[in-house]
Design a protein. Structure first.
Length: 149
């Protein structure tokens, strides 16, 4: 059966001052039997759309899993850095307390021996100590002060 085209309403388009008309055409309805090719294409398109949707969901699941993994790794890194900083701070505090105790112990020993009698002697004592240096240098500095006295 040849395909018949029906002329339906005319649509009017305004383009400036001119009026353009275009006939709208529609395919005539064939038999009520569905077109097998169209139906197969529609099923194929539906399957393709379903695959695309599933791929989209999988990509988002992967992204979410990677985000959770990254957040867990970042949290672990922050916790380890925090613990390391805390240990470092505790070590620095303990070192400062140890150094201060060594200085005061030496001052006490020298005062008991009678080497630190005046304010001038105390100024010389504290002036001859090397502060903010490695523990070995502080120890040698204290030994030098002890030998001089």
């Amino acid at each position: 059966m040849p395909e018949a085209k029906l002329l339906l309403t005319v649509s009017v388009l305004w383009a400036g001052d001119e009026v353009k008309t275009e006939p709208r055409r529609r395919k005539a309805m064939r038999n009520s039997a569905p077109d097998l090719d169209q139906e197969a294409k529609a099923r194929g398109q539906a399957r393709l759309d379903q695959r695309h949707l599933e791929a989209y969901r999988n990509v988002h699941r992967l992204r979410d899993a990677l985000c959770r993994r990254y957040a867990a790794l970042l949290t672990g890194k922050v916790l380890s850095q925090r613990a390391r900083l805390q240990r470092s701070d505790e070590a620095a505090t303990a070192r400062a307390q140890r150094e201060t105790k060594q200085i005061f112990d030496l001052q006490k020993q020298l005062a008991e021996r009678g080497h630190l009698r005046s304010h001038h002697d105390l100024e010389d004592f504290y002036g001859s100590i090397k502060y903010n240096c490695p523990p070995s240098q502080l120890h040698s500095s204290l030994e030098d002060v002890k030998k001089r006295s």
